[in-house]
Design a protein around this ligand. Structure first.
Ligand code: FES
Length: 566
């Protein structure tokens, strides 16, 4: 192929602006931003960063984007950085701010789709940290279906205080200790001031590290992307390598829909299970699959959980942090082990232009004698995955539980109903949360919240108050990846849509059974019918603005809360 033909192929979108005589204004603007005559022939790569100064998950991403741009330019392409939003779930302050968190995922997808489509970019690199930014970026890539690579901003380093390692959950749990008078004012302040030492995403196997690890397993980021901490030199090196990888994708026209397949989604979810990842992965992979036009259901996810054991002793339920993973070979070493055990599909294509199996040929081996972070199948922490899909008269269309085995597999108790998460903090302060209760937080669903708030604050406060193994919590909202304890979220249908969770009263008996995968409200059908006849659908909390639009568009949690389907 001659040079001109190659160039035409690589700039097949941007040439509309750079070459067609009918676009003089676009060409004038491109010269205006500094492009040369030679640049006008090159493919253009949009570099989407969720960087901003206001939180540690995103504060360094604009800097990483500059390294990505250098790698793009070094490979004879034009890299153009643009920004989109990123919301930090650690800073959303209960229901009010948290309402915007999950909707931000779809807003990120919409905004990347908008810029890349409108500006005719030939490929896209997303530089993202934090929970919603990653699935938002992947959904945009799937919609655009142009050569794409995701760069993860990287995990944070641990904080330290009085010889203890800390992270964001330490700060939340300190609140519970404070409410229970279990911590001095000085130590409370010490924990808050030292939990977060700088740039990077929350350090356990919480939602950000879950999504980064599984997206790498799915093949949409370079090997080790999820394992380099934000401040590790390897992260900069990864950014500089993006240009060469993107060139291969353009030359071979490898697009996300060739990478996202039923098998690669299974690889992603296999890593979620093996590493003990966040329940939010359920929501996001349902959404990613729907966006890519691939069938994936809650029952499919349960089937993966049934066959993949929990192997990693990572926080929130375990001991170690994501920063500890690099020393044992990172996610590639875990994938290699699972591939050798027949649990990973090796023939899926990845953004290296190679298959998973080809990438793993270069990966290190896990040394089970030298480390105690990831265990072999024979010593699995739990024989099946920790994510369990529960059904029953409280959740006819499903609920998502995180059961690592440490919290037991069955809980029966009496309902304590809260209409929003703030009530839990008040109830804890008043000593009204008692052992044996099943706390029900409702009207927190996708439409009712709106935005399906995370319950990290209540669950952490419960843990901090020493009630973690004495109460359970169910909700039509969702959980942070940092949540642990006996919790069931994503209950569908949600209360706002008349789901049975709307009919629960204080004192009702509830059974959560992770073995039979049942969630049962012990109230007769007749009584429930009577309660339903008294129930009226609440007015939407918002009718205008972003949240008003979200309430109108969002699908149920069991369908991934996507917003672009009729
Ligand atoms: Fe951003 Fe945890 S709040 S990664």
């Amino acid at each position: 192929m001659n040079q001109e033909a190659t160039t035409v192929q690589l700039n097949r979108f941007s040439r509309t602006l750079t070459q067609e005589v009918s676009n003089p204004a676009a060409q004038a603007m491109l010269y205006g931003v500094g492009l040369t005559e030679a640049d006008m022939q090159k493919p253009q790569i949009g570099i989407a960063s969720t960087g901003y100064e206001g939180n540690t998950c995103n504060m360094h991403l604009n800097g990483l984007s500059v390294y990505v741009k250098q790698g793009i330019q070094a490979n004879d392409m034009v890299g153009l950085i643009f920004n989109t939003i990123g919301v930090s779930d650690g800073m959303t302050n209960g229901n009010d701010g948290m309402r915007y968190s999950l909707p931000s995922r779809d807003l990120i997808a919409d905004s990347i789709e908008t810029v890349v489509s409108a500006q005719w970019y030939d490929g896209v690199v997303t530089v993202v940290g934090c929970d919603k930014n990653m699935p938002g970026a992947i959904m945009a890539m799937a919609r655009l279906d142009r050569p794409s690579i995701m760069v993860y901003g990287g995990t944070i380093r641990s904080g330290h205080y009085k010889g203890q390692k800390l992270d964001i959950v330490s700060a939340f749990e300190a609140l519970g200790k404070k409410l229970a008078n279990n911590i001095s004012d000085e130590d409370y302040k010490g924990v808050i001031q030292n939990s977060i030492p700088g740039a990077g995403a929350c350090g356990g196997m919480y939602t950000a590290n879950t999504m980064a690890s599984s997206i790498e397993a799915m093949g949409l980021s370079l090997p080790f992307s999820s394992s380099y901490p934000a401040t590790h030199e390897g992260k900069q090196q990864e950014c500089k390598k993006i240009g060469a990888a993107m060139k291969v994708l353009l030359e071979r026209n490898i697009t996300p829909k060739e990478i996202i397949s039923r098998e690669s989604l299974e690889n992603a979810l296999t890593i979620v299970m093996a590493l003990g990842g966040s329940t939010n992965a359920v929501l996001h992979y349902l959404a990613i699959a729907r966006t890519a036009g691939i069938s994936l259901t809650l029952d499919d996810i349960q089937a993966i959980s049934d066959r993949v054991p929990l192997l990693a002793d990572l926080k929130p339920s375990g001991k170690y942090y994501m920063e500890d993973m690099l020393a044992i070979g990172g996610v590639p070493a875990v994938m290699k082990y699972l591939y050798q055990q027949g649990m990973i599909h090796g023939d899926c294509l990845t953004v290296t232009g190679k298959t998973v199996a080809e990438n793993l040929a270069e990966a290190p081996d896990l040394d089970f004698d030298a480390q105690k972070i990831v265990f072999p199948l024979s010593q699995a922490i739990k024989k099946t995955g920790h994510i369990q899909i529960l059904y029953g008269n409280l959740a006819p269309e499903g609920g998502v539980a995180k059961i690592t085995g440490k919290e037991g597999e069955r809980f029966e108790g009496t309902a304590k109903v809260c209409e929003h998460e703030g009530e839990i903090i008040d109830a804890l302060a008043k000593g009204e949360i008692l052992p044996g209760q099943v706390i029900v937080i409702r009207n927190a669903g996708p439409k009712g919240g709106p935005g399906m708030a995370e319950m990290l604050k209540p669950t952490s406060a419960i843990m901090g108050a020493g009630l973690g193994d004495k109460v359970a919590l169910i909700t039509d909202g969702r959980f942070s990846g940092g949540t642990h304890g006996f919790v069931v979220g994503h209950i569908t249908p949600e209360a706002h849509e008349g789901g049975p969770i709307a009919l629960v009263k204080d004192g009702d008996r509830i059974t959560l059974d992770a073995v039979s995968r049942n969630i049962t409200l012990h109230v007769s059908d007749e009584e429930l019918a009577e309660r339903r006849s008294q129930w009226t659908k609440p007015e939407p909390r918002f009718t205008r603005g972003m949240l008003g639009k979200y309430i109108r568009d969002v699908k149920p949690a069991s369908e991934g809360c996507v917003t672009d389907e009729v």
